[in-house]
Design a protein. Sequence first.
Length: 248
Amino acid sequence: MLLYLTRGQVAVGAALALPPVVCAVLVPVRTDMSNTDAALVLVVTVVAVAALGHRLAGALTALSAAVWFGFLLTRPYGQLAITKADDITTAVLLLVVGIAVSQLAARARELKVIALTDDHYLAQIHHTARLAETSTSPHTVIDHVCRQLVGLLGLSDCRFEYGTLIGHPPCLKEDGTIAWDHRRWDADRDGLPGEELELRVFHKGRFHGRFMLQASPGAAPPLAARLVAVTLANQVGAELDTAGRAHT
């Protein structure tokens, strides 16, 4: 969280500082340089800030660039009063293109984060599958998945219970939603419940037990993480089913 806030603060600071600095650098050559070329230089500035992936900062940079372009690089200089129609068009295009580019850059960064996150999720599923293939005891797999669930869902504790269902705690379902007292808990809006949450372990319709999950305060894993948790529980179910058949 601290790293995210720091990136955001840097992006906003750059959004406010870079456009006037760039425009000031261009002031000595503004009479020799077309306003279109100056606008292109400012678009590069917008792209540089937007590369940080901060949508608000990118939009602020575009707005700031358009304002300082009109103030320092168009006649009458030093006034927010553009008189030439071509300069007005250039300023408007600078603003529109700058905002569009900043949003595209932010979206590209979000997609990169999603791709990296998906790779991490797939690696966890693959690791558990490999462990299940090589382990001689389902308890090893259960302990491993418990540790995975703690990191994956932001838990303070995780334990596994064999046997029949007791009580009516909130339940993490197969589709990643949470059911509690015959109603759906909005995990995307409210995060995980404060009470212990159960994640039932089945394989081919046979119930083997459940993971009991205690969320840390403020834990709000995304749907993708919750679906991975269900997949890991299903892997445990398959392992317990295999172990059960080996002893029959």
